[in-house]
Design a protein around this ligand. Structure first.
Ligand SMILES: *Cc1c(COP(=O)(O)O)cnc(C)c1O
Length: 454
């Protein structure tokens, strides 16, 4: 689809609608002459060049990529109206779209019942899940793996709850023996399982943790902010498919968070939280003297901690789902390509004399480091940092990222590396663009060259 054409159609469509309300004069205070705009726009676009090419297959670093053109058109078109999804008074159309996309997300996870809404981010979505966890288990803390997103400990602090990090195994997944030991203390009310950790893409075994949590009367929240859409590949055959168990088990969790602005092709400002028991809506009760005029129907602001939220986010996700639905042969195909890319690159690294695979990728994140002699943490750290920096310079740059792995993580995976430091940075590539599939050989070759140089 031609973005330029559809952005033009978007302004026409909204103008046609606006014209039905009769003419009026824009106020002179808002007037901007074209010649002034030209200058400002020139400076603006010039400044935007100070960026990394997230769209390009040679960008294989952090979890970043541009939204799908359908999401851009959906967002911009709705933004021309600028609805606020806090209340139906703020825009009934996008509130209805939000309900529909949230229902599709709930169906994707296999929730039989649900209450949920979009949020500004995964952080806020997780905050809401932990807030409900606190209301249901006052005085008890939250357990999450040592590799869980850093915001869980921050949000525990915000909520005045105690956070309990649980050690991870040699693949970066929560150690369930350690979890059960912790649950026996009775101090924990909710366990957070991460399906797709941000650093390594490790998937906590939700199916095995659920019965443990149940035995101890503890809630289960799944942080699938990054990994949630990989549910679409659960049980799918072929190199892009994933083992079904942890993903199917999400259906039995109490709550789940997913970020459409990560793997759902959306612009930033789109997270989601879903609760399996709609009754938890009672914890959000509040009185607003300003809103909720137009109907007695449920307003999204009555079941969310945030007030104003972009209706455009719901519009963008709704339009995207019309074209790339959250199904195995819709959006699933996009994720499967990244998954195949990660497997392919991991094989190349395994066969390389210059690079060492940090661990087998479970999803689409590959972690690796230059093979150094003598093998020490300090040497691995220096070599990884150098490849990262050197990769970004020169005529055909590539963009990677680094992940700090501690001494314990190294001992579990690479016992031959001498621990002469607390840890070491390793290289990390999130292959979240389907185009990566056709560029990993080239990326691998370049990283090998960078490793050999010097
Ligand atoms: C990205 C991420 C978050 C935080 O989400 P934001 O949208 O960046 O606020 C939380 N948990 C996991 C596992 C993530 O990958």
């Amino acid at each position: 689809m031609d973005l330029k054409h559809w952005l033009g159609r978007a302004t026409d469509a909204i103008q046609d609608w606006a014209d039905t309300f009769g003419p009026y004069q824009p106020h002179p205070s808002l007037h901007v002459a074209d010649d002034r705009f030209v200058d400002a726009f020139e400076e603006f676009t010039g400044r935007l060049k100070d960026n990394y090419p997230f769209f390009h297959p040679h960008y294989a670093g952090q979890m970043l990529k541009p939204p799908h053109p359908a999401a851009v058109v959906g967002y911009v078109t709705a933004m021309l109206i600028n609805p606020n999804n806090h209340a139906l008074d703020g825009g009934p159309a996008t509130a209805a779209m939000e309900r529909e996309v949230v229902a599709r997300l709930a169906a994707m996870f296999g929730f039989d019942t649900h209450l949920g809404h979009l949020t500004t981010s995964g952080t806020i979505a997780n905050l809401e899940a932990l807030f409900v966890a606190r209301e249901l288990h006052p005085g008890r803390g939250i357990a999450y793996s040592a590799d869980a997103h850093y915001t869980h400990s921050r949000m525990c602090h915000v909520l005045g709850m105690k956070g309990h990090p649980v050690p991870t195994d040699a693949r970066g997944r929560m150690d369930l023996v350690a979890l059960e030991d912790l649950l026996r203390t009775g101090e924990v009310g909710t366990v957070v399982l991460t399906t797709g950790t941000t650093g390594l893409g490790a998937v906590d075994p939700v199916h095995l943790a659920l019965p443990i949590a149940e035995r101890h009367g503890v809630r289960v929240h799944v942080d699938a902010a990054y990994g949630g859409f990989f549910t679409l590949l659960a049980g799918v055959d072929g190199p892009g498919g994933l083992p079904a168990e942890p993903w199917r088990a999400i259906a039995r969790a109490d709550s789940v968070v997913v970020d459409p602005h990560k793997h759902g092709l959306q612009p930033y400002g789109c997270g989601a939280v879903l609760f399996r028991d709609p009754e938890v809506g009672r914890f959000y009760l509040h009185d607003s003297p300003y809103t909720y005029f137009t109907s007695a129907e449920l307003h999204l602001g009555e079941i969310s901690l945030e007030c104003s939220r972009a209706g455009a986010s719901a519009a963008a996700l709704w339009l995207t789902f019309q074209l790339l639905p959250p199904t195995a042969d819709g959006l699933g195909q996009v994720l499967a390509a990244g998954r195949r890319a990660a497997r392919k690159w991991a094989r190349l690294i395994d066969d390389s004399a210059y690079l060492t695979l940090h661990q087998q990728p479970e999803l689409d994140i590959v972690t690796y480091f230059p093979t150094v002699e003598p093998a020490t943490l300090a040497a691995v750290d220096t070599a990884s940092a150098r490849v990262l920096a050197d990769g970004m310079t020169g005529p055909a740059p590539i963009f990677l990222s680094t992940l700090k792995a501690d001494r314990r993580a190294f001992a579990a995976r690479h016992p031959g590396v001498t621990a002469d430091a607390d840890g070491a940075r390793v290289l990390r590539s999130v292959l979240m663009k389907p185009e990566s599939e056709h560029h990993v050989e080239e990326l691998h070759f370049k990283v090998e060259q960078l490793t050999k140089a010097r």
